[in-house]
Design a protein around this ligand. Structure first.
Ligand SMILES: Nc1ncnc2c1ncn2[C@@H]1O[C@H](COP(=O)(O)OP(=O)(O)OP(=O)(O)O)[C@@H](O)[C@H]1O
Ligand SMILES: [Mg+2]
Length: 368
């Protein structure tokens, strides 16, 4: 196993800064997810780690050694690509052993390692089949087995589940998690699927336009997004943002004509001053919804009701703006109905309207 360090990495394609001064430290045995919208530079960053791109600036350090000038084959990594290509004319066994044969690994060791990898991925029965005789999920497992049979110190995966249907993705996601627990290979995993990122990552690095905008545990990213971008990108549906005005020196905020009390930690936080504008960020599940007025709740009108089985999703209108709210499935709502939304005080976040940056409450600031 090994640590992986991207040290001020920059990669340009003509005028495009695909990766723009990224520094990221992946711990030994950690599962790090690179998450961000299409074109933000995830694949390019991963290819820089693999040695498949010549960087314009920066270093790649693996296991404490600067590998910037080393060939991909000499970096102790294995990669599963975005469009996983298994060789169609080779059996599953030959696909898996391909890399070992190139390395002239002794036959008995090759056999042992192949069986081990096949067992980990539960494709032991499929070794003599050809890829055309496999399901998408099985083919996917062959691609992963082919990578882990190399016993890499570092496993790089670029959207390995993107070609699978929803159910298979769900299954493979759990399998990848189990696989990581068993191999403990330091992993860098690229995805634009935020649910995948939340479920797999020890930590998530959120990328935007070639830069990392937040790197933290899934729960910190979900509950304490560093910006409106992160809050809006993570979560399905994403975080709601309401325009508000700070009152009483930061002890309350006015939203949709209603005064909402703020927890003490917001008064005195940087960016909070009386009369100032803020965005109040609330996750869809972090409201109490009632049909009668009450303190700390602002009015909204129900527009759309979507029963989703385990929960029901309401689209509501607040002062002409749309918001999404999840409620229990057995609640009665009608389109046009007036409801009151009370954000749970401990779940509410404040953001600066111009920059979109999160306001850091005082205790959290002290914890950092
Ligand atoms: N070989 C290339 N030549 C020119 N531009 C490139 C090349 N590869 C990537 N880019 C550009 O660099 C930027 C980052 O691309 P990259 O493939 O890293 O994005 P990504 O985050 O992996 O996106 P996706 O989620 O769509 O796979 C994009 O603007 C892309 O058009
Ligand atoms: Mg990509």
């Amino acid at each position: 196993m090994a640590t992986v360090l991207l040290d001020r990495v920059t990669k340009r394609f003509g005028r495009v800064r695909a990766v723009d001064g990224v520094t990221l430290e992946v711990r030994d045995g950690e599962f790090m997810v690179l998450l961000g919208p299409s074109g933000c530079g995830k694949t390019t960053a991963l290819r820089c780690v693999a040695g498949l791109e010549r960087m314009d600036a920066g270093r790649i350090v693996i296991g404490g050694e600067d590998v910037t000038d080393r060939q991909p084959g000499r970096r102790g990594i294995a990669m599963v690509f975005q469009s996983y290509a298994v060789f169609p004319h080779m059996t599953v066994r030959d696909n898996i052993t391909f890399g070992l044969r190139i390395r002239k690994t002794p036959a008995e060791e090759t056999r042992q390692r192949t069986l081990q990898a096949a067992e980990l991925l539960q494709i032991g029965e499929l070794l003599d089949r050809y890829p055309a005789q496999l399901s998408g999920g099985q083919r996917q497992r062959v691609a992963v087995a082919r990578a882990i049979v190399m016993q890499p110190e570092v496993l790089l995966m670029d959207e390995p589940l993107s070609n699978l249907d929803a159910l298979l993705r769900l299954q493979m996601r759990a399998e990848l998690k189990r696989l990581h627990r068993e191999t403990r290979a330091t992993t860098v995993y690229v995805t634009h699927d935020q649910v995948e990122a939340l479920s797999l990552g020890d930590r998530i690095a959120v990328m935007r336009s070639g830069a990392i905008v937040q790197c933290d545990t899934p729960s910190a990213i979900y509950n304490r997004p560093a910006s409106t971008f992160v809050g809006g990108f993570i979560g399905s549906p994403p975080m709601n943002f309401f325009g508000g005005t700070v009152e009483e020196g930061g002890r309350s905020v006015r939203v949709a004509g209603t005064v909402l009390g703020l927890e003490e930690r917001w008064a005195g936080a940087e960016g909070i001053r009386a009369g100032g504008e803020v965005l109040v960020g609330v996750r869809p599940e972090a409201f109490e919804v009632t049909t009668e007025t009450r303190a700390g709740a602002f009015p909204a009108v129900v527009v759309v009701i979507e029963p989703l089985g385990g929960t029901t999703l309401l689209t509501v209108s607040v002062d002409g703006e749309t918001a999404k709210v999840t409620v229990a499935p057995d609640t009665d709502h009608d389109p046009g109905q007036r409801v009151w939304l009370r954000p749970l005080p401990d779940r509410l976040r404040l953001m600066e309207p111009g920059s979109g940056r999160a306001v850091i409450p005082t205790q959290e600031g002290a914890r950092r």
